[in-house]
Design a protein around this ligand. Structure first.
Ligand code: AMP
Ligand code: ZN
Length: 115
C-alpha cells in the first residue's frame, strides 16, 4: 500500500469508487471519466506500478486478473458483443495513474489503431 497512490487509496476505501467486482486479489470499479458507455478499471489490490514492473511471481495474479476480466464482461453483459481491454504503460503508453490497471471498454464500436 502506497499512501501516495490513488488506486491504493481506492483499494483501501479512502477514496470512494463504484465497485462492480472484488475478491481477495483484485477489485474493479467504474472509471470516473468514461471513454465508452461502459468503462471499468480492474486492478490488483497489491501495488504494482505497471506491466513494465511485473515479476515472475506476479504470473498467477495476472492470470487471475484476466479471468476476472472475462467474469466482469459476462456480469456486465458485454462478453458477447465485444469489448476493448487496455493496459497503458508509462508516459508514451498514456499511463496517468501509476498502479497497474486493465481498462475494460464496451458499449460502442471500437476502432484501430487507437490514438
Ligand atoms: P491511465 O490513463 O491508463 O493511467 O488510466 C487512468 C484512468 O483512471 C483514467 O481513465 C481516469 O479517468 C481514471 N481515474 C482517475 N481517477 C479516478 C477515480 N478517482 N476513480 C475512478 N477512475 C479514476
Ligand atoms: Zn497503488
Amino acid at each position: 500500500m502506497s499512501s501516495q497512490c490513488l488506486f491504493c487509496r481506492i483499494v483501501a476505501g479512502e477514496i470512494p469508487s463504484t465497485r462492480v467486482y472484488e475478491d481477495d486479489q483484485v477489485i474493479a470499479f467504474r472509471d470516473i471519466s468514461p471513454a465508452a458507455p461502459q468503462h471499468i478499471l480492474l486492478i490488483p489490490r497489491r501495488h504494482i506500478q505497471s506491466v513494465a514492473a511485473l515479476e515472475v511471481e506476479d504470473a498467477a495474479l495476472m492470470g487471475h486478473l484476466m479471468l476476472q476480466a472475462r467474469h466482469i464482461a459476462e456480469q456486465e453483459g458485454f462478453a458477447d458483443t465485444g469489448f476493448r481491454s487496455v493496459l497503458n504503460t508509462g508516459d508514451e503508453g498514456g499511463q496517468t495513474v501509476g498502479h497497474l490497471h486493465l481498462h475494460l471498454l464496451a458499449g460502442r464500436q471500437m476502432h484501430w489503431p487507437p490514438g
